[in-house]
Design a protein around this ligand. Structure first.
Ligand code: ATP
Ligand code: MG
Length: 566
């Protein structure tokens, strides 16, 4: 199948695959894999890799494996494995029964290592770690051969077997490839293939005390699984020579092609797992799924949809050069998806009490409201109107400047789905001077929000009936960092954490239909943004997260750019 049949935009990797298929390479098979190291939770950068690998398999009728790259026994945890599976599934991808672990190949990898020794292509080195480093040379100077490099094959075989048997301590010996200590690519200067680590592994327990290195493991795991295109990020460009050397030297029957692409960077955040772990461990954020985190579980909790993340990944494309993507583009994708599926409701986040003086004291009307103008099937609902309401504090000004068209003394506005009201008076707190209550009148002729005499008002406000309101906590999120690239800034990246990245509003009033909202539900509060129900919600207190504001700067930029092209 050519990828012209599908919606995903083409890219240089798909072009390579198209050409491979045309010349009948790999017998027409396409096999990819997503190979996370289970040493942290997945972030939006991983989502790009997931969409790329699983997307290619889907569009070419191939398959994509989920492979845990679990060769490092000290860092990996079962919690991470479970979270990774949950996140890939949530993004909408399925590895079927192909859940693999590099640690499942330890026996095979050991056999390959023995094979390399027997071919005189690997040797046991007994230099210390520091000596190995000193012998490596630099970019401008060649390295030096280890005095152990010419050990006999028999001696290396014997030592390697005893390393495996646990006879030596960490660091006493390593197994190294025998390539070229003067190679211009430093990674090819007799790289380490195995080291002794006397620590248990989360899957193999105490079975092994020698562990294979990434460069040895990754290519052979790909080969064992019959991968055709091994897609990775640019920092592995120099590793490709070693990838190919190992597979050529062991004469692997399957030799996948490694292809590098630029990793995703987003502004105003950090993506390295090490940095994210630091934020979690030192409690700068409230766990991996803190909605401010660039993690997939954080974005899920914040209310982002899998479809929005997938379309973001398609939109940014696949490049050969590193760049930093604007967070606004991700938010644009989120809005675009939520606009279609999130019902619109009314909620007041910073309430100001309004009393409609001429509205009967104990009257309640049920007014008709449209659930989603973008979705005709979403239908209608009733919302109660009564004498005492709440509106947004910022929708009233005692002494408005010229361009403020909302409520002010003597001014008339529309209440959404309800009536025109006119402000006739307000009450101030004597001590603070804050306005605590408005008095208004309503025009009964304007029911539903239309005036029979064609009278115009300049603003439509959202509101909630006080007696019927659901009280809620709403968590407002902003950028996690104050600078575009915290890692490039001077000093520690944590110095640039945004102190105002979370604002908790505890006295919000929502229309009664939200009493039944469940964790994960996504809605739009009219005029305010998209929100979703947080798992912290209890029967006593609804808790909402602001997913994204309504402001849509990217749509404007995109429109402008499209206009320019014409
Ligand atoms: P980090 O640097 O965040 O710790 P990593 O590369 O060590 O990430 P892995 O678990 O090794 O994380 O990554 C699994 C896969 O995801 C790899 O193929 C890697 O290239 C890819 N990947 C990781 N980060 C990004 C990113 N920012 N953009 C695109 N792909 C990424
Ligand atoms: Mg890694």
């Amino acid at each position: 199948m050519s990828n012209k049949d599908v919606n995903t935009p083409s890219n240089f990797i798909r072009t390579i695959i198209d050409e491979d298929l045309k010349v009948g390479k790999n017998d027409g098979r396409v096999a990819t894999r997503f190979p996370p190291e289970p040493n942290g939770y997945l972030h939006i950068g991983h989502a790009k890799s997931i969409c790329l690998n699983f997307g290619i398999a889907r569009d070419y009728g191939g398959r994509c494996n989920l492979r845990f790259d679990d060769t490092n026994p000290t860092k990996e945890e079962v919690e991470y494995v479970e979270s990774i599976k949950e996140d890939v599934r949530w993004l909408g991808f399925d590895w079927e029964e192909r859940e693999y672990y590099a640690s499942d190949y330890f026996q095979k990898l050991y056999a390959y290592a023995v094979q390399l020794i027997k071919k005189d292509k690997a040797y046991v080195d007994s230099l210390s770690a520091k000596e190995i480093k000193d012998y490596r040379g630099t970019l401008t100077e060649p390295g030096k051969n280890s005095p152990y490099r010419n050990r006999s094959i028999e001696e290396s075989l014997d030592l390697f077997e005893r390393m495996y048997a646990g006879e030596f301590e960490d660091g006493q010996h390593v197994l190294r490839a025998k390539i070229d200590m003067a190679h211009p690519n430093l990674l090819m200067r007799d790289p380490t293939l195995y080291r002794i680590r006397k620590v248990p592994h989360h899957r193999t327990g105490d079975a092994w005390c020698i562990y294979p290195m990434y460069d040895f493991t990754h290519c052979l795991s790909d080969s064992i699984e019959g991968i055709t295109h091994s897609i990775c990020t640019l920092e592995f460009e120099n590793n490709r020579a070693l990838y190919d050397w190992v597979l050529d030297t062991v004469e692997a029957t399957c030799h996948p092609q490694q292809i590098e692409f630029a990793r995703l960077n987003l502004d105003f955040t950090v993506m390295s797992k090490r940095k994210l772990i630091e934020l979690v461990d030192k409690k700068y954020v409230d766990g991996w799924d803190d909605p401010r985190m660039p993690t997939i579980c954080g974005m899920r909790r914040r209310g982002y949809t899998p479809a929005a993340i997938r379309s973001f990944c398609d939109r940014i494309g696949v490049a050969k050069r590193d760049s930093i993507v604007d967070m606004a583009l991700l938010e644009y994708s989120v809005r675009e998806d939520l606009n279609k599926c999130a019902p619109r409701v009314m909620g007041v986040l910073r309430p100001l009490k309004v009393i409609i003086d001429n509205y009967p004291e104990d009257q309640v009307e049920e007014l008709d409201a449209i659930n989603n103008p973008e979705d005709p099937d979403a239908g209608m609902r009733k919302i109660p109107f009564s004498r005492t309401l709440y509106i947004e504090r910022e929708d009233f000004m005692e002494d408005p400047p010229k361009k403020f068209f909302r409520l002010a003394p003597g001014r008339e506005v529309r209440l959404r789905y309800a009536y025109f009201i006119t402000c006739i008076d307000f009450v101030k707190d004597e001590q603070t001077g804050d306005i605590i209550e408005l008095h208004c009148t309503y025009d009964p002729q304007t029911r539903g929000g239309d005036s029979p005499d064609g009278r115009k008002v300049k603003a439509t406000l959202h509101w909630v009936s006080a007696a019927h309101a659901v009280t809620a906590e709403v968590r407002m999120y902003d950028r996690l960092f104050t600078v575009e690239n915290p890692l490039a800034a001077e000093g520690d990246f944590k110095d640039y954490l945004n102190p105002n990245s979370l604002e908790v509003l505890r006295n919000c009033y929502l229309e009664p239909s939200l009493a039944r909202a469940q964790p994960g539900d996504r809605i739009q509060f009219e005029r305010l943004g998209y929100f979703c129900v947080d798992p912290d919600t209890t029967p006593e207190m609804q808790v909402f997260n602001r997913t994204v504001t309504l402001r849509d700067t990217w749509a404007k930029i995109a429109k402008k750019q499209a206009g320019r092209k014409k």
